[in-house]
Design a protein around this ligand. Sequence first.
Ligand SMILES: Nc1nc2c(ncn2[C@@H]2O[C@H](COP(=O)(O)OP(=O)(O)OP(=O)(O)O)[C@@H](O)[C@H]2O)c(=O)[nH]1
Ligand SMILES: [Mg+2]
Length: 296
Amino acid sequence: MKCGTVAVIGKANAGKSTLINVLVGEKVAIVSPKPQTTRDRILGILNREQGQIVFADTPGIYRKRNELTSLMMKTTENTGKEADAILYVLDGHNPLEESDFELIGKYAALGLPMLIAYTKIDIMPAEKIPEDVKRLFEAGISQDVCPVSARKGKNLKKLEEAIFRMLPEGEPLFPEDIVSDKSEKFMIAEIMREKILLKYEKEIPHGAAVVVNKFEVREDGVAEISLDIVCEKYNHKAILIGKQGRALKEAASFARQDMEKFLGRKVFLTTYVKVREDWRDRGGLLRELGYSGNEE
Ligand SMILES: Nc1nc2c(ncn2[C@@H]2O[C@H](COP(=O)(O)OP(=O)(O)OP(=O)(O)O)[C@@H](O)[C@H]2O)c(=O)[nH]1
Ligand SMILES: [Mg+2]
């Protein structure tokens, strides 16, 4: 069988998590239109007769501005080095930039089998594909480029087959009934974070972390969930809560609906907003909130 780990790497907002979710067939990673949505390495596991692909989603490459983003970039670097193969995700609807060539070159230099998923072809002119492929080739990039649309489900089978061809022979790394390495508790926190990313602007979502303090299934089958939304400043707390608590109520209500879908049961959700000043720059707090740069 063909089995192995594939580090999914690319710039922030390229569409990595969306692509993994559709390939795996379940939502293992949250998605938003804002860069730096993914903060951890998240495994998404795909089983087929021919083998098993273990996708490792990574934080998108973006400028480092604090300890959190530095840790995130470390996670991405470490995941790349430890994988059997690299799937580099390139947002096809953006103009190709010098930094794209540099990053592809950097990951190609690891010497692992590598493939470029050229994504979002549903929202770009068709003629841009051959132009970009030519430019990549002329820049000395020899990896295959696979044009796909995660949103419209285009060319995904071809991409999957090309990924299997990169993997070594071996035994599955995970049992067949597992789709992710993350716990339900982690996903619950991430669902809340996704709704915060969708609802609020600027530094609010980037400065928010979510900690699940209670997750219990009652005798009547309802899941009781209590969580803290940690933010950096008192004025952020006020914005998160909103006038008469309306903003938070709305975000929490969307989160609860998704949690119910995810858990397959009714959810009773309580949310608190707490301030931990500048947590993104405080190593101890970062670890407490679950960010470790993927050091095992
Ligand atoms: N039109 C279109 N939009 C897409 C496609 N794939 C992803 N997107 C959108 O692109 C945005 C970013 O998607 P994500 O999957 O969160 O991107 P990411 O690379 O994981 O981002 P980070 O975690 O921040 O690094 C979201 O608004 C997605 O809906 C696609 O194939 N077509
Ligand atoms: Mg992501």
